[in-house]
Design a binder for this molecule. Structure first.
Ligand code: FES
Ligand code: FES
Length: 150
């Protein structure tokens, strides 16, 4: 099945199967490997991308459901060769260890700050509650999102 969608402001066309997920479309068909696969079943948030303005677990979305839609991935945040303010804040706050959860965390933070530019720590915690990190203990991640909001 042919799918045409806009990924990071660029129109892309891919030939996918009926059960190909959006994660597989991005990673295997479009070579956008910044989106990570953790659990593959909606539990870890590593695969979070923005679909038509809302964060989704891309492992739970079929590629064919994305026909005609807009997707933003972690690669789209520094498309101009410079880090987005959230990426910079993660680096400056020491919010990255192994980095596996980081793209998904940042995309959830991006969705939060797009709709709520000055969130409280509680709102940040809620926004990233679907994103699991095994390394950092979350405090520095929340610090980073707060720093990005400032
Ligand atoms: S890989 Fe999609 S939620 Fe874990
Ligand atoms: S930095 Fe390792 S899982 Fe989050």
């Amino acid at each position: 099945m042919e799918v045409t969608l806009t990924v990071n402001d660029e129109e892309r066309v891919a030939d996918v199967g009926p059960t190909t997920t959006l994660t597989e479309l991005l990673r295997e068909h479009l070579d956008l490997t910044g989106t990570k696969v953790g659990c593959g079943r909606g539990e870890c948030g590593a695969c979070t991308v923005i679909l038509d303005g809302s964060p989704v677990n891309s492992c739970l979305v079929f590629a064919v459901q994305c026909d005609g839609r807009r997707v933003l991935t972690i690669e789209g945040l520094d498309a101009n060769g410079e880090h987005d303010r959230i990426q910079s804040a993660f680096i400056e706050s020491g919010a990255v260890q192994c980095g596996f959860c980081t793209p998904g965390m940042i995309m959830s933070a991006y969705a939060l700050l797009s709709s709520n530019p000055r969130p409280t720590r509680r709102e940040i915690e809620e926004a990233i509650s679907g994103n699991l990190c095994r390394c950092t203990g979350y405090v520095k991640i929340v610090d980073a999102v707060q720093a990005a909001s400032e």
